[in-house]
Design a binder for this molecule. Structure first.
Ligand code: HEM
Ligand SMILES: *[C@@H]1O[C@H](CO)[C@@H](O)[C@H](O)[C@H]1NC(C)=O
Ligand SMILES: CC(=O)N[C@H]1CO[C@H](CO)[C@@H](O)[C@@H]1O
Length: 324
């Protein structure tokens, strides 16, 4: 290629990067001038919280997903309801968001506020982003550099959650359309679903799938009786069980190997293996954990750009759970 063409190409590329606002406003080391140790401080606070409760790990990861899918990655999921406002937390689908996830972010914010130059300088949305990267890494997942510079959102309503989150009964078409609305591809959806390699679900989410007339025939014949034992039809609705029956506490590609054997936890998980559009990718990542890790990192960074607030659309909250 001639130098002229190369110059033109790099000009076009930088023009594109400038015009593409979501990627342009976020950057690594955003807090280098105001709170240079932000990542270390968050990581220390999380380490302490995880020692008290290991449930914190999947809880934070899921919090990031729910935050970004409703209203963008703006910590709107953190806001407490008041007399006049039913916040996102109050939507029935929140019931499963574990309190330890919220508490971990509150603790990290407290740790930041204890450092004079960091006090009220770091957004709650960025704390969630950093914390999520950390928890994934702490249980064996990949490390990656986080983009920062999000502001915290100015609204949070239970009504805004309606229809935003994919359902565990969704098929690949429905899942794909949910993710496409956020600018995320089929492969992003398959990669991010790999988050179900850790964490718990309430039994109630799968009762229909394992008992009765609507029982899902794709469930592995050895796994089905185990699931029924753990989650009998009259189970206590508060009971939770691991979603990855093989390596529940480790972030790995066993999620995809489980799908190959009919050990997907939700219909939406197992659908990734039964649908020809997603099956080749499931097989690839089942056989190559490194490729999965790369894909997961790319998709997590993309997820972190969804609906980012800047300027007048946000601020830095003094408390993550209430508006300033
Ligand atoms: C693809 C569509 C998805 C569906 C239908 C879905 C659905 C669910 C459901 C129903 C639960 C169990 C909730 C309960 O306790 O009852 C759950 C748990 C969880 N989900 Fe997803 N999810 C999806 C994608 C994601 C994504 C993209 C992430 C993160 C990147 C994620 C992370 C998690 C984690 C970590 C848990 C365990 C939470 C804990 O142990 O506290 N999920 N998901
Ligand atoms: C079910 O799981 C067993 C291992 O427990 C495995 O050998 C078998 O191939 C699985 N069945 C199917 C249909 O994948
Ligand atoms: C974690 C959390 O905030 N859970 C709340 C979800 O919403 C119900 C009401 O729908 C509350 O009772 C929970 O406390």
């Amino acid at each position: 290629m001639s130098t002229n063409k190369m110059n033109l190409l790099s000009l076009l590329l930088s023009l594109f990067l400038t015009l593409n606002p979501t990627s342009a406003q976020l950057r690594r080391n955003f807090y280098a001038g105001s709170c240079p140790n932000v990542e270390q401080i968050v990581r220390n606070a999380l380490g302490q919280k995880i020692q008290q409760s290991s449930i914190t790990v999947p809880a934070v990861l899921r919090l990031y997903f729910h935050d970004c899918f409703v209203n963008g990655c703006d910590a709107s999921v953190m806001i407490d309801s008041t007399k006049n406002n039913k916040a996102e937390k109050d939507h029935p689908e929140n019931l499963s968001l574990s309190a330890d996830g919220f508490d971990a972010i509150v603790k990290a914010k407290q740790a930041l506020d204890a450092v004079p130059n960091c006090r009220n300088k770091v957004s709650c949305a960025d704390i969630i982003t950093i914390a999520t990267r950390d928890v994934v890494n702490i249980v064996g997942g990949p490390w990656y550099d986080v983009e920062l510079g999000r502001l915290d959102g100015l609204s949070s309503t239970a009504a805004s959650v309606e229809g935003m989150l994919p359902q565990p009964t969704d098929d690949v078409s429905k899942l794909t359309s949910h993710f496409a609305k956020k600018g995320l591809s089929l492969d992003d959806m398959i990669a991010l679903s790999g988050a179900h390699t850790i964490g718990l679900s309430h039994c109630t989410q799968v009762l229909d799938r394992i008992h009765g007339v609507r029982q899902d025939p794709s469930i592995n014949a050895t796994y089905l009786p185990q699931l029924r034992d753990l989650c009998p039809r009259d189970v206590d609705p508060r009971k939770e069980i691991f979603m990855d029956p093989t390596t529940p506490g480790k972030f790995d590609n066993v999620y995809y190997q489980n799908l190959q054997q009919g050990r997907g936890f939700f219909k939406s998980d197992q659908a990734l293996f039964s649908d020809p559009r997603s099956k080749p990718t499931v097989n690839l990542w089942a056989s190559n954990g490194q490729l999965f890790n790369q894909a997961f990192v790319n998709s997590m960074i993309k997820l972190g750009r969804v609906g980012v607030k800047t300027g007048r659309d946000g601020n830095i909250r003094r408390s993550c759970e209430t508006f300033n």
